[in-house]
Design a protein around this ligand. Structure first.
Ligand code: 13P
Length: 272
């Protein structure tokens, strides 16, 4: 049984003071909700203060990016070693990294491996652009993004560490974020998202096996709000959401997590 996950990607928003204030506004509301893994991904500079504020709570932290080398002359970059111990998750391959900063599938693959090798859980983002969608290339694009990013991330890795590899399904989250739905207010429909997520799961089964693919969480992202989360959470295939803009509003983010918990909790009970 996959545990639903809702993550807030704050992107390049909030000063340290604003981030602390936002956490205070949502802390109690989020903390009392069970059955959903709750993750906040603030800007790097807020990870340290927030990690202290969230100690003893059920809310986890994620970074929004990282470099794949451990250390060295890479001005401006943040390494997996700096993040490990500070946060549990790291968003990798977000479309804004791909399209604003030129990240390739090959770079993202190195990042995924470096994250896993350092005990960080990647939230690997994949998604097609509008023109690719309109040209009927969604599956081709997604298949390439998934298979290149996860190439060599097998049951025998990371770092040849079988112990870690056996927990692969807990350690990796995939976010399907169609680029045309991000920040546009034009979310995919639940059916569209579920169909592509089913396709991603088949691609994972091809890389590993059906059982592992069934255990890996795949969430939807792109204009998720309190008003449309139910449409996504009610699909068995969709394990939660990666939320951008709406995660900057405490009430709305709590409402998204609350509805996900309620809908997924009801599903679990009805299937017993
Ligand atoms: P929005 O929810 O603002 O569309 O952003 C989605 C996203 O990119 C999350 O990573």
């Amino acid at each position: 049984m996959r545990i639903p996950l809702v993550a807030g990607n704050w992107k390049m928003n909030t000063s340290v003071d604003e981030a602390e204030k936002l956490v205070l506004e949502m802390l109690d509301g989020l903390d009392r909700l069970d059955g959903v893994e709750k993750v906040l991904c603030p800007p790097f500079v807020s990870l340290v203060p927030l990690s202290m504020m969230l100690q003893g709570s059920s809310i986890k932290l994620g970074a929004q990016n990282m470099y794949f080398e451990a250390k060295g002359a890479y001005t401006g970059e943040i390494s997996p070693l700096m993040l490990s111990g500070l946060c549990e998750f790291v968003i990798l391959g977000h479309s804004e990294r791909r399209w604003c900063f030129g990240e390739t599938d090959e770079m993202i693959s190195k990042k995924v491996k470096a994250a896993l090798a350092n005990g960080l859980k990647p939230i690997l983002c994949v998604g097609e652009r509008l023109e690719e969608n309109e040209a009927g290339k969604t599956e081709e694009v997604i298949n390439r993004q998934v298979t290149v990013a996860l190439d060599g991330v097998g049951l025998n890795v990371p770092g040849g560490d079988i112990e870690k590899a056996e927990r692969m399904s807990d350690n990796l989250v995939i976010a399907y974020e169609p680029v045309w739905a991000i920040g546009t207010g034009k979310a995919a429909t639940g059916e569209q998202a579920a169909a592509t997520i089913e396709f991603i799961r088949k691609a994972l089964a091809g890389l590993w096996n059906r059982d592992t693919a069934e255990e890996i969480r795949i969430v939807y992202g792109g204009s998720v709000t309190g008003a449309n989360i139910a449409e996504f959470a009610s699909h068995r295939e969709i394990d939660g959401a990666l939320v951008g803009g709406a995660s900057l509003k405490a009430d709305e983010f709590v409402a998204i997590v609350e509805q996900t918990a309620r809908i997924k909790g009801r599903d679990r009970t009805s299937r017993r």
